[in-house]
Write a protein that binds this ligand. Structure first.
Ligand code: JFZ
Length: 494
């Protein structure tokens, strides 16, 4: 009897613990729709012709190197979020040395005194990004922790301040050096800027030290309107510094979607963006999650929409486990990353693939290896990726289809790990594609014979690979010439 009671109690404890875990496991960062989500509702078409034109440029680029670099990189911990007491349960998984919220905040904020990435080489990073097929670079000018990686005049909590060791380096203004290097390589620039600033006294009083902090201001912005007005002015000044003093930039990528008027945190973003566009008329504004005229692209995070969204979008996804560098990180394989890119592009989006530079400023070797592999694949298959748009029925079975602006259709077949040599394969097609007339292997120009499928075979064609065809390790793209499908034509005529 005693034993069964004991086992019952043990089971109950497990159930209770599990329930608590599940409850906590749902991040308190309630996934505000539009930040993590992919629902196609609520996009506001921009009206400015220059912005609409620039969005066509954006849709051509397809691949962005995103970099989260800051004080958090030194310790290899989660970026900024560990400073939020309310989110500590998930954000402090790497903070095993202290449970003291106040002590931790003091330690985190003091990291500016040992930020010294003397091996950060902006030119090298830009050249590598270019060589590996990235077409624009997104960079954290300031994350939520408030540490600025440019020589702002509105705070001393910056990389160029005397109390930051890196300030003595010639390239101390990291944003300046990186943006210049990107332009030299013909790369686009997406400036990540956090609307939340945990270090600023007019956002978190005393930088939240000694307080239970949430992601919101530590005070009532309606009651202390003067304080919030100062923070609005500070934010506007910093954004106008970035768009005014650092040359042409393509995108202003505003993070901190929870800072919004409906939460009592109105920064006057429409006014700020209007002022920014007086300086940079083609500027793409990405006020994440707002689903208004200031969100010119949708930015699903760590996820890819199931289907095309029908408006410009960019999935930001980490190459490893986190946004910033972690010492024991594991990285997605080159295969996963190339397949991820194919998936995103076939659905009409861009992939902002994030890498966290190491504390010394270099990109981690595993990241570089994957970037090089992506670059090699893209060098052979670029026409099926860059400048394309979604094809009718872009996903058929394991095949992905893209459409070039010249009307060419591309069929892309990702290969799973362990796929052996092939002498034939079924290419699923859709009747909306039309009737296949010719198939050419994009990487080699070899024409591929094919046969129509018959009987109860899935609709499509059977590609019959000639002996000279060598399958790519990761994926192969084919140029497909279709003729209008007579059945489709008749249905179109109705
Ligand atoms: C944001 C940042 O907070 C994160 O650190 C990283 O920079 C990523 C690219 O963007 O991710 C979010 C955005 C919104 C919420 C949480 C994380 N939210 O609303 O809970």
């Amino acid at each position: 009897m005693k034993l069964s009671f004991y086992l019952l109690m043990k089971q109950m404890k497990t159930i209770v613990l599990f329930a608590a875990l599940v409850a906590y496991a749902v991040p308190s960062m309630a996934v505000e729709d539009g930040v993590h989500g992919c629902t196609p509702k609520g996009y506001v078409e921009p009206t400015e012709p220059k912005v609409r034109e620039r969005l066509e440029w954006f849709k051509d680029q397809k691949l962005c190197l995103m970099m989260h670099f800051g004080l958090y990189s030194i310790l290899g911990i989660t970026e900024s979020w560990p400073l939020v007491t309310k989110d500590a349960f998930w954000a402090r998984s790497d903070v095993e040395w202290t449970e003291d919220d106040t002590e931790f905040k003091r330690q985190y904020y003091a990291l500016n005194r040992c930020f010294n990435p003397i091996r950060f080489n902006a030119k090298e990073i830009a050249k590598t990004a270019k060589r590996c097929g990235f077409r624009y670079v997104a960079f954290t000018t300031k994350h939520h922790d408030g540490f600025c990686l440019w020589d702002t005049k509105y705070t001393d909590y910056k990389v160029t301040a005397r109390d930051c060791p890196y300030s003595s380096c010639p390239g101390a203004d990291i944003v300046k050096g990186l943006f210049e290097a990107c332009r030299e390589e013909g790369l686009g620039i997406s400036a990540y800027f956090s609307k939340a600033d945990f270090h600023h006294d007019d956002f978190w009083e005393n930088a939240g030290i000694g307080r239970f902090t949430t992601r919101y201001p530590t005070y009532d912005t309606a009651k202390d309107a003067e304080k919030w007005a100062r923070f609005r002015e500070f934010t506007k000044n910093q954004i106008l510094e970035l768009v005014g003093n650092y040359g042409p930039i393509d995108m202003l990528w505003l993070d901190g979607g929870w800072i919004r008027p409906s939460k009592g945190c109105d920064l006057g973003m429409t006014d700020i963006i209007e002022c920014a566009r007086r300086i940079q008329p083609y500027l793409i504004a990405v006020d994440r999650g707002q689903r208004d005229e200031n969100m010119n692209i949708h930015t699903p995070e760590q996820t890819v929409p199931e289907a095309p969204l029908g408006y410009p979008w960019e999935s930001c996804i980490t190459m490893s486990g986190g946004w910033g560098y972690h010492y024991d990180d594991t990285y997605k394989s080159a295969r996963e990353l190339i397949h991820l890119l194919i998936d995103v592009v076939s659905k009409g989006g861009n992939l902002a693939l994030n890498v966290g530079p190491m504390p010394d400023g270099r990109l981690p070797r595993p990241a570089l290896e994957r970037m090089e592999a992506m670059g090699r694949w893209l060098a052979k298959n670029s026409e099926a990726i860059y400048g394309t748009r979604t094809a009718p029925c872009p996903i058929v079975g394991s095949w992905r289809f893209t459409r070039g602006k010249d009307g060419r259709m591309f069929a892309i077949r990702p290969w799973a790990e362990g796929t052996g040599s092939l002498n034939h394969i079924l290419m699923n097609t859709d009747s909306s594609h039309g009737k296949v007339e010719k198939v050419v292997h994009l990487a080699t120009g070899i024409e591929i014979p094919f046969a129509e499928t018959v009987g109860d075979y899935e609709s499509g064609i059977v590609l019959k690979f000639p002996a000279c065809f060598v399958r790519d390790e990761y994926a192969d793209a084919f140029v497909i010439e279709f003729s209008p499908n007579p059945r489709e034509e008749q249905s179109d005529r109705k």
